[in-house]
Design a protein around this ligand. Structure first.
Ligand code: HEM
Length: 384
């Protein structure tokens, strides 16, 4: 069967490709910017400072990252279906520029598919692969965005002509550079198709965004997480068992040590910590996987503890967890975060001692930090 016959729909056309491209461009830009931000927050270079306020900023940026990624899936599927005949264009390569542009379609299509599939699997904590998700997702994001920039440049004239209503008829002799598709849908057919794709994207969003927007919990039937389900009414990503934190480690022998560049090293029992002045803060756990949930925490402000240990007021600290393995057994608290009055070493959640899975006996909870940096089972505060 000839290629042209295989793609008989009029919707294999430039206008639909460009409009879906624009929607994907917006979604991928938000996704890339928020993903990059999350990377910088977790691995801050010297020039980067992440504020501790507003307290829920990371919750918004990471919620957006996952929501735009999920909403992009129907857009990408629709876009690839619309442009499918362009893959079989003849001759396959016309000149060097065309060859570069076409070669870039491999990282563009492959990279986009990889990012959306691996990101979605990650939100379900499903890892049917051997590589380290975060590093691969981050590296492929750069490759995909590079290829997307080339693609946008190659299709800029066509997209501009579409948006300004100056796209010539596919049969006309003079065509903007880069046009491969010859379909010509009726406006009503196109509206129905693009409206349908937008509706599917909207449904995907509504069905998942309740994992971070609590009022939408009830309709978010596909959300990987319910923000109200977990010990003490809050979800848990890493349980004490998974982190190999046993009740023996958190028993009577438990001590919090404050070490490093301090005038007065401290070693405190749980009772001594509980006897220090306490503060209450309502703060979210905002997970890198896009869910978030607020809790009311009470504990010792980190800055009070640093003052007690005679540390510099602008000290940066490293927290050490009782967990024996795993990437997140340590975290850095920047000077900005350490100085925030709501950055707590929390002893209670919702008025009760922390559940072991929430980090009993002591965990960090601070405003505007990714969940993986809210270290649980804290046993040492090392002033750097
Ligand atoms: C993840 C994002 C995107 C993917 C995976 C993607 C993929 C593709 C593919 C595979 C083609 C067919 C190859 C070709 O015509 O040479 C194509 C065509 C096109 N794309 Fe994209 N694209 C994306 C984003 C965009 C963006 C952001 C724009 C516009 C700003 C855009 C505008 C177009 C246009 C105008 C065409 C040409 C249709 C024609 O040949 O008549 N695309 N896209």
């Amino acid at each position: 069967m000839a290629v042209a016959e295989r793609y008989s729909s009029d919707l294999h056309e430039t206008r639909s490709a460009a409009l879906l491209g624009l929607a994907l461009g917006v979604a991928f830009t938000i996704c890339f910017a928020t993903g990059l931000l999350s990377h910088l927050v977790q691995h801050p270079p010297g020039w980067f400072t992440w504020p501790s306020r507003p307290a829920g900023l990371y919750r918004v940026t990471q919620g957006l990252h996952v929501a735009t990624g999920l909403a992009s899936i129907p857009l990408l599927v629709a876009k690839l279906w619309v442009v499918a005949p362009a893959f079989w264009t003849t001759p396959p390569v016309r000149n060097v520029t065309h060859a570069v542009e076409r070669a870039m379609l491999f990282p563009l299509v492959g990279g986009s598919a990889f990012l959306l599939v691996s990101g979605t699997f990650n939100t379900f904590q499903f890892y049917p692969w051997d590589f380290f998700f975060t590093r691969a997702h981050y590296g492929v994001a750069w490759i995909t965005v590079g290829a997307l920039v080339v693609h946008i440049a190659a299709k800029a004239a066509l997209t501009r002509a579409t948006v300004t209503g100056r796209l010539p008829d596919p049969d006309a002799e003079a065509q903007p550079v880069g046009r491969e598709l010859v379909g010509r849908a009726e406006p009503t057919e196109r509206r129905r198709f693009l409206g349908g794709v937008a509706a599917v994207s909207g449904v995907v969003t509504l069905a998942t965004v309740g994992q971070t927007l609590r009022p939408l919990r009830a309709v978010s039937v596909l959300a990987p997480r319910d923000p109200a389900v977990g010990p003490q009414g809050l979800p848990v990503n890493k349980t004490a068992r998974a982190a190999r934190v046993t009740p023996e480690l958190t028993g009577d022998d438990y001590r919090l040590r404050v070490t490093g560049r301090v005038g007065r090293p401290l070693e405190l029992t749980l009772a001594e910590l509980a006897a220090l002045p306490q503060r209450t803060a309502t703060l979210p756990i905002a997970c890198v996987e896009g869910w978030s949930a607020s809790g009311t925490w009470r504990g010792v402000p980190l800055r009070d503890l640093l003052e007690l240990a005679d540390a510099a007021p602008d000290a940066e600290v490293q927290l050490e967890s009782l967990q024996t393995g795993g990437l997140y057994r340590r975290s850095i608290v920047s000077a900005t975060h350490a100085a925030d009055r709501d950055t707590l070493l929390a002893l209670t959640l919702g008025g009760e001692p922390l559940h072991l899975d929430h980090g009993y006996p002591l965990r960090l909870i601070g405003p505007n930090r990714p969940g993986v940096m809210q270290t649980k089972w804290v046993t040492e505060v090392r002033v750097l």
